[in-house]
Design a protein around this ligand. Structure first.
Ligand code: SAM
Ligand code: DTB
Ligand code: SF4
Length: 329
């Protein structure tokens, strides 16, 4: 079935077709209008509940339906989470993202996560969670606890999603995104490239993200990590320059969003990561582990940033209101 192209999709397809240098120039120009091009935002991930997930997402190590290297573990305790968040802050991360392998949280699980969000926020870090589909009222509870971002990816085009996931659908994803927005939480929403999708799927995927109105504040773009035991373990690798092109087009169509160069950096040489930054990526996951797979050592990352003359984004210090005596005397 050929997807119908609307005006936005045609514009996005035309960007993909540009000569590489022209595309990168356009992306750089847009990037510099909205961001310091030499600053990268650092987020650290922690898997707070690993494995045993009921869903069948064909890329995921954590589905109970596939025989992978990942075993099921219980929800972490508050003290372990606080310790990991403190360590992330000490290394220079400004956001702490907690991920759970759930179709969605039960209310009793959410009670625990709410305490985690409150505690991490209390350390002066931005907070993010990715817990799957939400039920009515759950987003408001997370917002009240101090949640800044909710990560929930569309992952690919609507059409290709149905080839990769069968236990829930694209409209379920969109419903959770709406609940998150309605609760006043920032959206972190992106996807995975290299899942055997066509360029038309990548065009449709970016069109969906850009149409979220406003687009997600944070857009993680992951290169598929091929997990032995999953249905996508043998999918042909995406051409790296096509990955860079996708980042550049994302930057152009979502000019004020942070675009995160996400999973897959461990497998990328420095010069490919540099091209991704040149294309407009301005955020990474920082820390030696993603959820169930390795990420580059923090030492290697700091060296790479130094080689490129780039630096980590500093925490946003909340403004202190003037005291009554200072203002009044
Ligand atoms: N269960 C929740 C959900 O599905 O939204 C949260 C966790 S899920 C692991 C979060 C995201 O990680 C997925 O949407 C996908 O984009 C990314 N991801 C998972 N496995 C991956 C892999 N093997 N390679 C690249 N990205 C992956
Ligand atoms: C996102 O888009 N990428 C992160 C985060 N959101 C939760 C997860 C990447 C997972 C990579 C595979 C793993 O470590 O299991
Ligand atoms: Fe993995 Fe999330 Fe899908 Fe569960 S819902 S299988 S954790 S991607």
């Amino acid at each position: 079935m050929v997807a119908v192209m609307n005006r936005d999709s045609s514009r996005i397809a035309a960007l993909f077709d540009l000569p590489f240098s022209d595309l990168i120039h356009r992306a750089q120009t847009v990037h510099r209008q909205h961001f310091d091009p030499n600053t990268v935002q650092l987020s650290t991930l922690l898997s707070i509940k690993t494995g045993g997930c009921s869903e069948d997402c064909g890329y995921c190590s954590q589905s109970a339906r596939f025989d992978t290297h990942v075993d099921r573990e219980p929800l972490l305790g508050l003290a372990d989470v606080v310790q990991a968040a403190q360590a992330a802050k000490a290394r220079g991360a400004t956001r702490f993202c907690m991920g759970a392998a759930w179709r969605g949280p039960k209310d009793k699980d959410l009670d625990v996560v709410v305490e985690m969000v409150r505690a991490v926020k209390g350390l002066g870090l931005e907070t993010c969670v990715t817990l799957g589909q939400l039920k009515d009222g759950q987003a408001a509870r997370l917002k009240a606890a101090g949640l800044d971002y909710y990560n929930h990816n569309l992952d690919t085009s609507r059409e290709h999603y149905a080839n990769v996931v069968h236990t829930h659908g694209y409209d379920d994803r969109l419903r959770t995104l709406r609940q998150v927005r309605d609760a006043g939480i920032h959206l972190c929403c992106g996807g995975i490239l290299g899942m055997g999708e066509s360029r038309a799927d990548r065009v449709a995927f970016l069109a969906e993200l850009a149409a979220l109105n406003p687009p997600p504040e944070s857009v993680p773009l992951n290169m598929l990590i091929k997990i032995p035991g999953t249905p996508l373990q043998g999918v042909p690798a995406l051409e790296p320059l096509e990955f860079v092109r996708t980042i550049a087009v994302a930057r152009i169509v979502m000019p004020t969003s942070y675009v995160r160069l996400s999973a897959g950096r461990q497998q990328m040489p420095d010069h490919l990561q540099a091209l991704c930054f040149l294309a407009g990526a301005n955020s990474v996951f920082f820390g030696e582990q993603l959820l169930t797979t390795p990420n580059p050592d923090t030492g290697r990352d700091l060296e790479l940033l130094a080689k490129l003359g780039m630096h980590a984004e500093l925490p946003v210090i909340p403004a202190v209101p003037p005291s009554k005596t200072a203002a009044g005397s």
